[in-house]
Design a protein around this ligand. Structure first.
Ligand SMILES: CC(C)(COP(=O)(O)OP(=O)(O)OC[C@H]1O[C@@H](n2cnc3c(N)ncnc32)[C@H](O)[C@@H]1OP(=O)(O)O)[C@@H](O)C(=O)NCCC(=O)NCCS
Length: 170
């Protein structure tokens, strides 16, 4: 688990603490977040859970908690990689803060944790997320059919994207 602050160009990633429940609830109950992340209560509970391979951060801008980002590190040497997921509150979407936060975490995972490959798996119809990840250097590598259940219980496709260390954009 990563327990240090990670800084981006504008945003700061601060490890989640037990007393962040209200801030997490504000993030995950935002309709433009719940639409992709599902049940807000479950997302808050998962975000407060500490496990060795998962690291959870609040994304802060000028001291305000504008979103959440997490990574999971696969430690099996044969498959070692890290996966990332993110959510920004709607007033801060569409302003480039997503790529800033993802790039900061990617630089940390590659530079400090020595990862050679990172993955991310947006819903295939989440065009904004896919564009944001491509801007950082992630490439679409495969369609995962009926991969994720949506808010009304229907299955939809997911897009597996990955990035090798040398592909991280400046
Ligand atoms: C996905 C997310 C992290 C992207 O971060 P962001 O800071 O909003 O991203 P950007 O501002 O860089 O915008 C990304 C792209 O989407 C485009 N975009 C902006 N508003 C858009 C909209 N309403 N619809 C579609 N694309 C849009 C931008 O033009 C940009 O494309 P470009 O790089 O070609 O210019 C953020 O929007 C978010 O948290 N959304 C809600 C939760 C979510 O979808 N999480 C991801 C689950 S995998």
């Amino acid at each position: 688990m990563i327990d240090e602050i990670v800084t981006g160009k504008q945003v700061t990633l601060r490890p989640v603490q037990a007393d962040d429940e209200a801030k997490l609830s504000e993030i995950f109950s935002d309709p433009e977040v719940a639409r992709w992340w599902g049940d807000p209560a479950k997302s808050v509970q998962d975000a407060l859970e500490n496990t060795d391979d998962d690291s959870q951060f609040l994304i802060e801008l000028d001291g305000e908690a504008i979103g959440f980002i997490q990574c999971t590190e696969e430690t099996d040497p044969m498959y070692r990689h890290a996966s990332i997921d993110i959510s920004l509150r709607s007033p801060w979407q569409g302003k480039g803060h997503g790529p800033d936060a993802i790039k900061a975490l990617a630089q940390f995972l590659i530079g400090k944790r020595g990862h050679h490959r990172l993955t991310i798996d947006p819903a295939a119809h989440n065009t904004r997320a896919i564009k944001a990840y491509e801007r950082v250097g992630f490439k679409p590598v495969g369609l995962m059919r009926q991969y994720e259940r949506g808010p009304s219980g229907e299955w939809h496709d997911g897009l597996l994207m990955d990035m090798l260390a040398a592909e991280l954009r400046d």
